[in-house]
Design a binder for this molecule. Structure first.
Ligand SMILES: *[C@@H]1O[C@H](CO)[C@@H](O)[C@H](O)[C@H]1NC(C)=O
Ligand SMILES: *[C@@H]1O[C@H](CO)[C@@H](O)[C@H](O)[C@H]1NC(C)=O
Ligand SMILES: *[C@@H]1O[C@H](CO)[C@@H](O)[C@H](O)[C@H]1NC(C)=O
Ligand SMILES: *[C@@H]1O[C@H](CO)[C@@H](O)[C@H](O)[C@H]1NC(C)=O
Ligand SMILES: *[C@@H]1O[C@H](CO)[C@@H](O)[C@H](O)[C@H]1NC(C)=O
Ligand SMILES: *[C@@H]1O[C@H](CO)[C@@H](O)[C@H](O)[C@H]1NC(C)=O
Ligand SMILES: *[C@@H]1O[C@H](CO)[C@@H](O)[C@H](O)[C@H]1NC(C)=O
Ligand SMILES: *[C@@H]1O[C@H](CO)[C@@H](O)[C@H](O)[C@H]1NC(C)=O
Ligand SMILES: *[C@@H]1O[C@H](CO)[C@@H](O)[C@H](O)[C@H]1NC(C)=O
Length: 812
């Protein structure tokens, strides 16, 4: 008998022991002081107390039990940490989970819709902490669950969205910081005010719109597609809207989370290397920033600049638009007539913001069109579901916001236009097409450069409008080749510069002072007054000048003319109101004046200017002194490479030359040039790489200091890259509003350009392509010149000769 009782007690204890692992009932608790925890039956998740990052405060949370990098997927008391290890979690007989510090003060509690008879809290295998009535794990028994109150992580099976009956919304919110799980600035929602769309908000504003569900995927995220790791589902009916996913194989560990920078990322755990890898990142480029191009603007990541107005629309504020401030957006060129309107079909689009759109899931596209046509305030329509040949109707009644063009995976959008506008553009397009073809052929024949041709085609494919301007430029350029460079009268220039008065002096170059001037017609100019003793013949001077004059590209500073009178030799350039790049990137006070998209625009512009120098078949120029102070900015902040004082031309198939006189600027010179005097297009690529990293980091390569090491900026960038913390390179100000993938790509390209061996570095044609695409890039090797701060002891520019004498001296 006694033995029986003992066995019974023993069995009870065993039972209690095993159930205590993942459940608590009234009268039992989890104590921080005893390091208690609940562990899900499959051993994957653990609930307990922890301190995040460097914090010493205590939180109750759920994390992966066996993952050595503690990854917390849910936190109970996000805003009310407990100091010290006095935390206790218990469940009341009313079925309410309570977190106290052992006294009466409640730090966090759950809620319940009805009082249970037999309350139990259990950590389920999916990582869901539930309170239910009774032992049976049925949905109707669940009184509360942590899956309804997510933190920053969406686990498999969790539903993100809204229940239209109860009004309950489930959303993710980022942590404040690695040390503080309190809700931060960023959150992920399904916005169901109009046609539901997935959005990331920063505070009360949209930061990024994944877009509406089109039956296959979210319209703004073609990269989120069918894959081997997880399946996903979007449910939208009268009762609810939600997004959820399931893993195909439960031995794979994967989660979706909003990080503290507002990036929504899917992570997959890689056990052999014990790391989380980012499997998918939403909001990957600049165009993903919400409404970057304003109303009726369209973003094209391959464009330069990225924003343009939709066809038939013009910038609302051309001045701001020209300054790359696109927030004002665009307006119709021709007002709608209402009764006489039509639609323009655009393909490959991310559909506009649907937060106040109207929809009907069963209408056909034809009915949809009619419906839109009938209502004068309807601005656009589209199929709501693009499966098969498409069904459903989406109508917009306001300005079209946050539209972008995809190279692949976009959908069709029909925009209401005045009938006259439709005719006009139809015609214009036709003639443009003809013009394009003729110029295309002739330019390929004339220019004779395969590479230019190839790029030209790529550009054309990607960006119709841009190509036509490019062509105009080429045409102008060819015409200019026959035109002699304008000669200015010395007196004219003297008057323009107020007799070279010191108040008009812009600076002192290596070859003489530079003045600002204003011609009688109001045009601003910059005048370089060369010091008299150049020792160069007049014919030579003229030849050289006409050579520079022939370099015409929108990313090269333009020489307007020259003046030769007596001993005076003047060069007249277009005036650049916004100074040089070094002023913006290195000066702490002006650093915030250049946001990320301007920087990216500048980087791409410099790359194109350099590509033009390197690959123009007639001249093929190595600049040899590319640096931040030689990049000038026009009024629209377009970068223009200047100062060809060191430049050299290369003959037909020559690619490397040697010089005894190494000129250039320390910090930007490649090793083979600085040490052996060997220069080639690849030495310019090196300088470009240095400049690129400087633009990202906001510090000079030369004179870079870091408390941890004695490396220069290149070494610092390389070290961060090797330690997989490349973003630490970036100026803090930039990180707040940048496209992380674009920044990473720039760092990557920068490191490729500064590799030790010239043959490892890409040429400028590849650089331009790399910056504009998202193809994978090779791993960079160790950069040149990254350890010693100043291996040559060269202090700064070693200018030794007059600009004109050294300009474009034919390489030997
Ligand atoms: C519990 O928290 C309350 C309120 O924060 C505090 O006054 C009290 O000292 C704490 N008690 C313990 C044991 O930490
Ligand atoms: C608890 O739920 C009730 C009804 O469901 C609600 O009115 C109340 O505001 C909730 N309390 C908390 C703290 O969430
Ligand atoms: C799940 O993945 C594991 C490990 O990769 C593999 O051994 C197993 O066969 C997979 N299971 C299924 C159902 O695919
Ligand atoms: C957010 O994710 C990106 C990309 O993985 C990462 O570089 C960044 O450091 C993260 N932000 C924070 C604050 O952890
Ligand atoms: C629209 O165009 C038609 C034909 O050109 C014209 O008769 C009508 O008055 C116009 N309506 C408006 C509102 O401008
Ligand atoms: C959607 O359109 C169909 C066909 O035109 C119509 O029968 C149905 O009532 C509409 N539904 C709603 C909610 O407007
Ligand atoms: C046009 O649609 C808007 C938005 O749905 C609605 O408020 C307005 O009444 C409609 N106008 C007409 C004439 O149907
Ligand atoms: C400009 O300077 C020259 C010589 O320095 C002088 O003769 C001339 O009068 C000046 N002209 C003006 C407009 O100041
Ligand atoms: C660039 O120059 C224009 C025209 O002078 C000026 O309006 C603008 O503010 C300048 N931009 C910056 C960033 O300084």
């Amino acid at each position: 008998m006694v033995a029986m009782v003992l066995v019974c007690i023993y069995l009870l204890c065993l039972l209690r022991g095993s159930t205590a692992e993942n459940t608590i009932t009234p009268g039992h608790s989890i104590k921080d002081s005893k390091a208690d925890a609940l562990i899900s039956a499959n051993g994957i998740f653990q609930l307990g107390f922890f301190s995040p990052g460097n914090s010493i405060k205590r939180y109750l949370g759920i994390w992966y039990k066996d993952i050595p990098i503690r990854t917390v997927v849910w936190v109970a008391n996000r805003e009310t940490p407990i100091s010290g290890t006095s935390g206790v979690l218990s469940i009341t007989s009313q079925g309410i989970l309570q977190l106290t510090n052992g006294t009466d003060s409640i730090f966090w509690s759950s809620n319940t819709s009805r009082p249970p008879l037999n309350p139990v809290a259990q950590l389920l295998e999916a990582g869901n902490l539930v309170v239910r009535d009774g032992d049976e794990n049925r949905e109707e028994n669940i009184l509360w669950q942590s899956f309804d109150h997510p933190s920053d992580t969406l686990l498999p099976g969790m539903k993100l969205g809204k229940n239209f009956i109860t009004g309950k919304e489930t959303f993710l919110s980022s942590w404040k910081s690695a040390d503080d799980p309190a809700p931060g600035d960023f959150s992920l929602w399904i916005d169901s005010r109009g046609y539901p769309q997935l959005v990331i908000m920063k505070g009360p504003k949209f930061l990024y719109r994944d877009g509406s569900w089109n039956g296959i995927q979210f319209t703004g995220a073609p990269q989120l597609k069918k894959n081997d790791i997880y399946s996903f589902e979007f449910i939208f009916n009268e009762k609810e809207v939600h997004y959820t996913y399931e893993l195909y194989n439960n031995s794979v560990v994967s989660r979706l989370a909003v990080n503290q920078s507002g990036l929504l990322q899917r992570y997959v755990w890689v056990d052999p290397t014990k790391t989380w890898i980012v499997y998918l990142s939403l909001m990957t480029d600049y165009c993903d920033i919400y409404a970057l191009c304003g109303a009726y603007g369209s973003c094209n990541i391959q464009g330069s600049p990225v924003c343009e107005c939709l066809e038939g629309f013009v910038p609302k504020s051309p001045k701001n638009w020209g300054l790359l401030d696109w927030a004002d957006g665009c307006v119709r060129r021709t007002e709608l007539n209402c009764s006489q309107d039509g639609f323009r079909k655009l393909s490959g689009m991310k559909l506009p913001d649907t937060s106040s759109s109207w929809f009907n899931g069963t209408m056909s596209l034809k009915e949809c069109r009619e419906m839109c046509l009938k209502n004068c305030s309807c601005t656009a329509y589209a199929n709501s579901d693009i499966k098969g040949s498409g069904t459903g109707c989406l109508l917009w009644f306001n300005e079209l916001m946050d539209v972008r063009v995809f190279n692949e995976g976009g959908q069709e959008l029909y925009i209401r236009m005045a009938a006259s506008e439709l005719d006009q553009i139809g015609k214009q397009r036709h003639t443009d097409g003809k013009k394009l073809r003729i110029i295309e052929i002739s330019s390929i024949v004339v220019i004779g450069s395969l590479i230019t041709g190839a790029l030209f085609f790529i550009w054309k494919k990607k960006h119709q409008i841009q190509v036509s301007t490019e062509i105009e430029e080429r045409k102008d350029e060819d015409a200019n080749n026959d035109i002699e460079l304008p000669k200015y009268d010395f007196d004219t220039i003297a008057i323009a510069t107020d007799n070279f008065s010191s108040k008009n002096k812009l600076g002192e170059g290596g070859f003489g002072p530079v003045y600002k001037g204003t011609l009688r017609d109001g045009q601003d100019i910059a005048v370089k007054r060369l010091s008299g003793n150049s020792g160069q013949g007049l014919t030579e001077f003229k030849n050289e000048v006409s050579l520079i004059a022939r370099l015409q590209h929108r990313n090269l500073v333009k020489l307007l003319g020259c003046c030769i009178q007596g001993d005076e030799r003047l060069l007249i350039y277009e005036y650049m109101p916004n100074k040089s790049l070094d002023y913006f990137i290195f000066d702490r006070n002006s650093i915030t004046m250049l946001n990320w998209h301007m920087r990216f625009h500048i980087i791409c512009g410099i790359a194109r200017g350099l590509l033009y120098l390197h690959q123009d078949s007639r001249l093929r120029i190595i600049h040899r002194d590319l640096k931040a102070s030689n990049v000038l900015l026009d009024k629209a902040m377009n970068p223009k490479i200047s100062d060809f004082g060191m430049a050299k031309t290369f003959g037909g198939d020559q690619s490397v030359a040697n010089t005894n006189r190494v000129v250039g600027t320390y910090g930007y010179m490649s090793p083979e040039y600085a040490i052996d005097g060997l220069f080639s297009a690849k030495s310019d690529v090196f300088s470009f790489g240095v400049l690129l990293l400087e633009i990202l980091c906001g510090k000079r390569n030369r004179g870079f200091h870091h408390s941890d090491h004695y490396l220069n900026l290149l070494g610092h960038a390389w070290r961060l890259w090797m330690n997989e913390r490349p973003l630490d390179l970036i100026d803090e100000f930039l990180l707040n509003n940048c496209a992380v993938s674009e920044v990473l790509r720039c760092i990557h390209v920068g490191l490729l350009c500064v590799q030790q061996l010239p043959e490892d570095r890409p040429n400028m044609a590849s650089v331009v392509l790399m910056l504009g695409s998202d193809n994978s890039l090779p791993q960079p090797k160790q950069p040149g010149f990254y350890t010693e701060r100043n291996p040559l002891g060269i202090e700064s520019s070693s200018y030794s000769v007059n600009e004109i004498t050294s300009t474009l001296v034919k390489a030997r």
